[in-house]
Design a protein around this ligand. Structure first.
Ligand code: ADP
Length: 478
């Protein structure tokens, strides 16, 4: 197959979050499976010179956006079996920020239109265009309105991937004809409209040939009012073309045997060496603990999505248990102060580092016994997979990707790779923490079996890429 992957950020060139990681890894895994894969992304001024030096200008064209005619340079770079195209227009992309500019709707409309316009110029006729989140939602929209009936384009199929349903691309209605150059009719008939405003994610769900999201459970959850952010009915209606595919992990980057930030490298064959990371982490954080006292780590954005209100509700009860809690995070000041304050009162039990620190994050993954991630919702979640790779057992709420990757300890069979609770309830979480602490103290054998289970699970992209291939083949062959 010929696959074009369109995304508003792609690691390692430009990344603000999970989408960048997926767009960096999935295309390479698809290429490794034998497909011809190209990725397209805007050429932001943030993209460093070391990458620009490797790029070659391969085409120049003008893209029509309503009454505007905008320059569009196309630069190419080849790496790891994938061809990367960068869309160059300094008016739109030579900005300080990747997102959050006053004219984001116009910037990404230009990008989406440019992606469709560049294909014949490059003589690249993909079987599939996989678009992602609201920024590229206009690709299937433009495709269905303006391109699907042109002979050169008619065989192309579009796949639309939702990484987080909270951000839908909502704008005022005046933008439809004036900026997008789309007839108002498509707003008035409800295609582009939701709750009185333009909603690009809704339109892409309606017109893409397939819709995917980043875990099976999240695919179910977003069809309910509690998780669907008002698009649940649209998703229920389109559930026949909706698939959940869990993200993979960059298993080379997160490998306890190679990771330079570890105090001592270890693997599943030398698990006893993990103790030295634990000792190193405790010393680094100014804490002291004997071998029977578990260390619980948390590495997270301080946002409500991550279940911090549960932690807030029972923090004193957690700290009454025989454990050490090490927290790394930043975000909502209310939680930053909550942890600073609690650390002042319990300096021997809690260490909170407020900030973003990739090295300390890996030291927490490597040195902790347990990892707490009680999310309210979690489309996929990487942190729980990273912690399992490092032999650290996750405690999670059963939602989204957490439910699909963490299987709770079964005291009768000994099976499992972590601990979980079902309802978004602080005392349910507290109870599971108590159980985990107890098991750590009393059953080393069961503990080790779960560590081995987590460390030997295949979290690589290969399996997930295969599922994307099945979705692509399904739509091509229908
Ligand atoms: P989300 O993308 O919703 O924040 P994920 O679990 O998918 O959650 O990914 C979060 C990633 O960001 C993990 O790799 C985690 O280690 C990292 N991370 C989050 N907060 C911090 C922080 N304060 N310092 C370092 N790394 C962090």
């Amino acid at each position: 197959m010929k696959i074009l992957y369109a995304a508003s950020e792609v690691a390692p060139f430009v990344k603000t979050g999970g989408l960048g990681d997926v767009a960096g890894s999935l295309p390479q895994a698809l290429a490794a499976a034998g497909h011809e894969v190209a990725v397209v992304c805007p050429l932001y001024s943030k993209i460093e010179d070391k990458w620009r030096k490797k790029m070659k200008l391969v085409q120049k064209l003008y893209v029509q956006l309503a009454w505007r005619s905008q320059y569009c340079g196309i630069l190419r770079l080849r790496q790891k079996g994938v061809t990367y195209y960068f869309i160059d227009n300094e008016y739109y992309f030579a900005r300080k920020m990747v997102y959050g500019e006053y004219d984001d709707a116009e910037r990404f409309a230009f990008f989406s239109k440019a992606v469709l316009e560049m294909l014949p110029e490059l003589d690249f006729q993909p079987d599939i265009i996989n678009c992602n989140d609201w920024q590229t939602a206009l690709i299937p929209v433009y495709y269905s309105i303006n391109y699907a009936y042109r002979p050169w384009y008619e065989k192309i199929k579009t796949v639309y991937t939702i990484h987080n349903i909270q951000y839908q691309g909502q704008f005022g209605r005046d933008i439809v004809s004036y900026v997008f150059g789309i007839d108002d009719y498509h707003f008035d008939n409800g295609f582009l409209e939701q709750d009185g405003c333009v909603n690009l994610m809704k339109a892409a769900i309606l017109c893409a040939h397939r819709v995917t999201t980043v875990s099976e459970t999240y695919a179910e959850e977003i069809q309910t009012p509690a998780y669907g952010y008002r698009l649940d009915s649209i998703l229920r209606w389109n559930r026949g073309k909706l698939y959940g595919i869990i993200n993979g992990l960059d298993t080379k980057a997160f490998d306890p045997l190679k990771d330079k930030s570890q105090f001592v490298n270890f693997s599943v064959r030398s698990l006893e060496r993990k103790k030295m990371n634990r000792a190193g982490l405790l010393e680094l954080c100014g804490l002291d603990a004997n071998a029977e006292t578990p260390v619980i780590g948390m590495v997270t954005r301080f946002a409500d999505q991550k279940g911090l209100d549960l932690v807030a509700a029972v923090l004193e009860d957690i700290l009454r248990l025989d454990l050490r809690l090490i927290v790394l995070g930043t975000g909502d000041p209310a939680y930053e102060w909550m942890f600073r304050d609690a650390m002042g009162r319990h300096p021997d039990k809690l260490h909170a580092h407020i900030g973003f620190d990739a090295k300390l994050a890996n030291q927490i993954y490597g040195g902790s016994d347990l990892f707490l991630m009680p999310s309210l919702f979690e489309p996929c979640g990487l942190a729980q997979m990273i912690s399992m790779r490092y032999g650290t057992l996750p405690i999670v709420r059963e939602t989204g990707g957490l439910k699909d990757t963490v299987f709770p300890y079964n005291q009768y069979t000994g099976e499992g790779n972590g601990f979980s609770f079902t309802y978004y309830n602080a005392h349910d979480m507290l109870h599971v923490i108590e159980e985990a602490v107890q098991l750590f103290k009393t059953n080393k054998q069961a503990w080790k079996a779960m560590q081995v289970e987590g460390m030997t699970t295949d979290f690589s992209w290969a399996a997930s890429a295969q599922k994307y291939i099945e979705v692509y083949e399904g739509v091509i062959n229908e």
